[in-house]
Design a protein around this ligand. Structure first.
Ligand code: BTN
Length: 321
């Protein structure tokens, strides 16, 4: 696989490269180049080979570059980051950090070029094609129990929205609890997984999937948008760095003060308030009108004249109009 990785770095520009030139640069035989080329379609990328001209990627890609991500972090985050790992292909960056949670320090981050079993909320799959989007997870330890994490998901949605705005995106809204939408379509999703005690100490893995430049025809099971069409940069290293910077600061602030003012910021971006919604509950569906959130980030919904609060473990919500 290492040879395929090295080969991809050369082919990323989308131009033709001859087998001879590729072999020479990588210090391998033409037969080894050919073998490595055969593995590229397994990553979901298409190679176009023409006798006499060589090989090229049908769609050029920008690979993640650990040094470029580190160089683009804000100075405080660069100093405090416990680790940054970059995977070519992994099942899920969240699953990876959860598996190793006993050994990780707070502030450890994981990025991947693709996920083969990307996890979404409520057991859904997160489509994660190679080299197209950003898949980032950050591990954090809290000195208090999971009962103190109310509002964290919403605060993280604000952090991600701010990062995308820093990168040039406009019109990014939040849909309870932490979906980021552009033009009513999903731009980014956040999965927060929690371990440890309810009362003692706990840790979280906060996972962010940002659609940066989704390839046409990608098998996504919901309407989606990408950062490019929202007016943001297509530079994935910049996206990863900005997201990491904003999220790192938000987790630090949350650890000290809870969600506080971040819920105000969330309300400013809320796209549901005042709209008819359908709540999907463990025991059926209920329709109502979204009435914003309470001080711990629970969804408020007016149903038959009464306002009720719902927490995100128990409910998912869909806009009806
Ligand atoms: C959602 O359903 O909206 C949440 C999607 C979260 C996807 C990200 S991609 C990086 C991290 N690793 C995963 O397996 N999931 C999260």
């Amino acid at each position: 696989m290492a040879q395929t990785e090295a080969l991809l770095a050369l082919l990323a520009d989308g131009r033709f490269h001859s087998g001879e030139q590729l072999g020479c640069t990588l210090g391998i035989s033409r037969a080894a180049v050919w073998k490595a080329l055969q593995r590229i379609p397994e990553l979901g990328l298409e190679v176009h080979s023409v006798r006499g001209r060589g090989h090229r990627l049908v769609r050029p890609i920008q690979l993640l570059d650990r040094e470029r991500v580190l160089a683009a972090l804000d100075a405080t985050v660069a100093r405090r980051l416990a680790g940054l790992e970059l995977h070519h292909s992994i099942d899920s960056t969240n699953a990876e950090l959860m598996r190793r949670s006993a050994d990780l320090s707070s502030g450890h981050a994981c990025l991947a070029e693709r996920q083969t079993a990307g996890r979404g909320r409520r057991g859904r799959h997160w489509t994660s094609p190679f080299g197209a989007n950003v898949y980032l997870s950050l591990f954090w330890r809290f000195p208090f129990g999971a009962a103190g994490l109310g509002g964290l998901s919403l605060a993280l949605a604000v952090a991600a929205a701010e990062a995308l705005e820093d990168l040039g995106a406009r019109g990014v809204g939040v849909k309870w609890p932490n979906d980021l939408l552009f033009d009513g379509r999903k731009l980014a999703g956040i999965l927060v997984e929690v371990g440890g005690d309810a009362e003692g100490q706990c840790h979280v893995v906060a996972g962010f999937g940002v659609n940066v430049g989704m390839p046409p025809g990608a098998p996504v099971d919901q309407p989606w948008a990408d950062l490019r069409e929202a007016g943001g940069t297509a530079d994935r290293n910049q996206v990863a760095a900005m997201l990491l910077t904003r999220v790192f600061h938000t987790l630090g602030r949350f650890e000290l003060d809870g969600p506080g003012t971040m819920l105000q910021e969330w309300r400013r971006r809320d796209i549901l308030t005042g709209r008819p919604i359908r709540l999907h509950l463990p025991h059926g569906e209920r329709d109502g009108i979204a009435r914003g959130i309470d001080g711990s980030g629970q969804l408020l919904a007016e149903i038959e004249g009464d306002v009720e609060a719902f927490s995100y473990g128990e409910v998912s919500v869909r806009q009806l109009d």
